[in-house]
Structure formats: structure tokens, C-alpha cells
Ligand binder design. Sequence first.
Ligand code: GLC
Length: 743
Amino acid sequence: MMSFYKQKFTAILLMLVVSLSAQSQDKGLTPADKSKIDVLLKSMTLEEKIGQLSLFTSDWDVTGPSLNGNYKKLIKNGSVGAIFNAYTVDYVRELQRMAVEESRLKIPLIFGYDVIHGHRTIFPIPLAQACSWDMAAIEQSERIAAQEATAEGLNWTFAPMVDIARDPRWGRVAEGAGEDTWLGCKVAAARVRGFEGTDLKATNTMIACVKHFAAYGAAQAGRDYHTVDMSMLSLYEWYLPPYKAAVDAGVGSAMTSFNEIAGVPSTANRWLLTDLLRKDWGFKGFVVTDYTSINEMVNHGNAADNKDAARLAINAGVDMDMQGSTYLDYLAPLLEEKKVNLSDIDQSVRWILEAKAKLGLFDDPYRYCSKERQEKEVMTPEQQLFARKFVAESCVLLKNPGQLLPIPGNIKKIAVIGPLGDSKKDMLGNWSAAGNWEKCVTLVEGLNNRPGKQYEVVYEKGCNVTDADRSGFDAAIKLASTADYVILALGENGWMSGEASSRSNIDIPGVQNELAEAIVKTGKPVAVALFNGRPLAISQLNSLPVAILETWFGGTQAGNGIADVLFGDVNPSGKLTMTFPLNLGQVPVFYNSKNTGRPYNPADPGAKYVSRYLDCSNDPLYPFGYGLSYTTFSYSALESIVDGGKIKVSISVTNTGNRDGEEVVQLYVRDKVGSITRPVKELKGFRKVLIKKGETRSLEFNLTTDDLAFYHPDLKKYWEPGEFTVFVGGNSAETMAKTIEVK
Ligand code: GLC
């Protein structure tokens, strides 16, 4: 147990951290802003206050099950605090004018949108971005997204989505950073920094919205919107930290999740939204629901009707009702019946007015309506160049037998075969905001775009993505037979992941596997470009003598970035942030699992009474952290020094191949004995380093006992002295290991 003084010191430190977090939460609010809000609040009628707590969609884009056609009338009545799914300078200016010139108090609107992986320039889907392990690039992509979105009138994005997910059946894994909590925290903070910058009053920054609070990614059976039920320990250890990381990074809003947690929907969960988010974490932004999630509490069965649901939500700490119109319809009668408090309504209004003040909207409601910015700062060449590089950096080389890749320089004819080879729409992936699919570069186009190319590119679709039509096989086989090299473009449609896109079968759909087998039989060298929004069960494809490059959905510059990797202009450096299972039967399968009381021992493969399957290995096809390069790396000289509460780990990494390459060197730790069982490995650090061919780099990681801390049944987080193993390697399964004692 900690000494009295250590406990006191820790308590002071904690208060300091919370207050620093609160300060970062308060960033951009001046005393003048606060007094202006005080005056405004006093002058508002109850209806006008309730209006600020209502968010409605315009009719430009549909992102949920219901629409409210009279949003313009509501704006003029002062009955709307924010509008989403509306952008471009002209449209935003038109709606803002209604609010600030036709409503009584002229309170400006906030304009929100799902800018998830780019606004006009669409970047790789977030799961792909995470596989770059490049926090600076992830932050930069959000910086560009904010630049483009704010140039078109927006100032609030419903991102980052930080839900930890371990089940690839859930289509929304595409929107997150994968299975690891520690990495998820780094990505969450990077995204918030990218969107919000250091000054929300700057017209190229926007309020971010951490979502979906909380634990939406743990939906039962990977089925979207399904029940979430877990121990508080698991919630605290694995699912909550990335939301906290976003709060600590200063995120200006949070979105409640559709799901219940242990019987209470997040949108009615006072412990979650007030006790934890506000009191423990010091969150000072505003809480918005997900799309009609207040109304949906009637379906959940914890509210008798929409009025009851509105009561639950406002009393839990929800500030803004997205599209449900329940606050607009019921808060006044609920107040009359003394079922809700005016002080809660006033506080919610204050959070929202503060957000508007932070954005500078009271100074100039049209500050995000610059025609000049809209013309000059969207889809610029520099943004496209960055996007192209980010596509390449997000690709993961899964298999490369006989160095099939990169494509040899003397190739004269390349056949692209498969339904994803020439599909612009699919390159956008899900949640592509204002992205224009017509501007996407397909794989075929990317291969043809190469300056001075000395080869011909031919294309046959061969089959569709999802049906059983094999009529295209013959033409595909025939064309492949005339080529020197074949690239198979296989995978999912872009709409098969994202919201409301769970799959009960995560194989490569349709007859694509059969097409691959038929093409391989031609005897030509074959590389696969895999297009998907989730880990797939690709064992059948993987059994073929082909190279496999995971390309995800790369967005606007997909084809160019992928071609840069296929031809070796870029050496792939991506590493999986979500496990690829051998088959669906293994799911959920993830690297940081527990050892169990009867662990399988590979040295004793015949043992029966151990935790194993009769028909399948426990090991996934490709583990967390895995990814190949066109060069090779070797690890040596793993050393560690423990000095009091500090642990220094050093490693040497040598580029043993014949070209320069980047390697993501990963540090994992195992706590051998804990009062709460600990995972067999936990990611605690990484370094992405460029190592020239033949070069050896010595790297150092510095941990403290804080990095060894974990949650206990009292939900306090602290470490326990004892034996630990440190692992360092290029993925979570192949590492050097060293046991250390930390007292
Ligand atoms: C959707 C999504 C959420 C999105 C919101 C607004 O239902 O769950 O992620 O931000 O509605 O479009």
C-alpha cells in the first residue's frame, strides 16, 4: 500500500492533472466571453434555452433513420442550437443568417458534420491510418480535414471515434484505431490536436467530438447497436482510456453511444456522463447524443416514452439532443412537473454557448463563411501529395513469398483482375463526408499514372464483390495469361463496413477466392491488393503462392499511393492494429489476452486439457503489430536496467536487407503476477524509425512504474512490485524477451 505522504502527494498530483485537463478544456474562453454568456442566459426565455439544446440535420445528407423537414423554421424561431450535415459557404451563410437575423436573440448556430477521415480530400479510413503508427501523420490528416471543412462553413466534427473494438464482425472497426487501448489513446489525442489545434478561434480549427461514449465497440457478437455488458474493471482497463485521452487533449464535445452498458443506456447514464466524465475527468465541453439515441431508450426499455426518455437524458447530463426533438417537445412540461431542474437546463445551455464563444461565433457568426478560403484551401496539390503518402504509409504488407513485390522494373504488361481494381466509389470507404468519389484514383489509374511507365495495364473485373456470378472468370483468366504480372484487386465494397454494416461472415465475399485460385493457376506472378474496412478471414487466399498487400480503403489518392508501394517507390512500413483471425471461430481474438489457468503450450501440442480448439490453432493468421517490409530487420542486444521506479529498455535493430526501410519497433510488457490477472502482453511503447540498409540503430525506451499500473476492484489504478517480462520486436508475436524485477 502507498505511504500516507505518497497518497497525499498522489492526490495533489491528481488534482493538478484534473485542473490542467480542465484548463485545456477551458481553452479559448475569455472573461469577456463568460460575462457575455451570463447576460445572454439571463435574457433567454425557457423556449430559447431549450432551443440551444436541440441539434437537427439539414436535408443535404442523411446519416440516420429520421429527418425533420422543418429545420429552417426552427432556426428562425430560435429553436435550434446547431445544425449538422450542412456545408459550403453559401448554404451555411444562408442558415446562419436565419439564426442571427431572424431569431429574437440572434444566437449563432454551430455547424457539425462527420468529418471522419477527411472532408473533401478523403484519407485512408481511420483503421488504416492507425496501421501507419505515425501519430504526426494522423494529426496532420485531421489538420487538413479541419482546414477543408472550416473552409466550407463547418466548425464541429463528430470525430474522433475512439471505440476500442476486438470483433471484426462489427463494421465500425473501420472508424477506430483497432484493438489496443494504449495505442488508441495516442491516436485519440493526435486526432483532437489535429482538429482543434491550439486556438479554436482560428478559422481553420474546429471543435472535435469524442465518440461514442462509451464502449460501443464491445457490442455483443459484433452486431451494431447490440448490448454491451462487462465488468467495471474491463471498462476501466480496456475501453474508457481513449475517451479520457481525448478529454485530456481538450476535446470540446462528447457523443453518447447508442448502447447500454450493464443495463443502462449511455444516454441515460448519470454515472458515465456526470460522475465520471465531468466530476472525475474534468470535462468542460458539451455532451451531445448520438442520432435519436434519447428516443431509442424507449426501445431499450428503460423509458416509457419520449418524454420519460428526455427526463432521463437531461438528468444524466446530456446537453444536446441530436435529431430526437425530445428536449424541444418535452423539457418545458417536464420542468413544469418538477421532473427536471432549471439549473440543469441552464448549465447545458451554458456549455453550448461557451462552445460558440470559443469558436468566436459571437464575435462574427460568418467567420467560417469565406468564399476565398473555400476556393483556395480545398483539394490543393499539397493536400493531395500528403494524402498519397498517407495511403502508402497505411498499407500493410502481409505476405511476400519470393519477393514477388515490388513489381519488377522490366515488366511489360500488368493485368489487374478483380472487382476492386477500377472502382472509384469503393476507394472512399465509409463515412466519406463531402468526399467526391469521382475524384478518387483507382488502382488501375494509379498504375497508369506513373511517369515514364514502360508497361501496359489491362483490366478485367472477373467477378462482382458479393454475388456468385462466375461468367467473368474466363475473360479474366485469358487476360491474365497474356500478362507478365497480375495484380488481384479483391475485398469488400466500401459500404460493407462502417455504421449498420456488421457481417456474420468475414470471409472475402462472393466468389473472389475462386477467382484468385483460377488466376494463380495461370502460373503468372500474382500480388493481391486487398480492399477492406475490417480484418477479414483470408486463410484461403493466404494459402496461395501470392503476395498480399493490405490497402484498406485509401480515399482520394488510393490508387496512386498503392501503386507507389507496389512498384517499390515506397517501402511498406504499416503494422496491423487489429488482429487478422485464422477464421471467424477464433473471434474475438486479440494479442493482449489472458493466460488462463490451462494455457496451451506449443511445446506440448498433444495436451488435451488445455485452452485450445480441436480444429484450429489459438494463434491468429496475422497478429497485432504485424507487417512486412521490402527489407528485413533483426533484433539484438535487448537490455534493461531497473533503477527504483524507472525502467530503461534498450535494443539494437539492424536492417539486414538491401534497401532502406522504416520499422515500427514495439515494446510490450507482461506483469507475471498481479492481484488482478494481467494480459500475456501489453503494448507500452513504440518507435517508428528509418533504418538504412546495413545500418544498426540502438533504441531506448524509458518506462516508469506508472506504465505498469492497472485497475483494481476499487477502480484505483496502481502497480504492484514483482517480476515483469519486457518484450521488444517488430510485432506482438515475434519478440526478444527479458525478465526483470521491479521492487
Ligand atoms: C450516426 C453515428 C454517429 C454520427 C451521427 C451523426 O448514427 O452513430 O457516429 O456521428 O450519427 O451523423
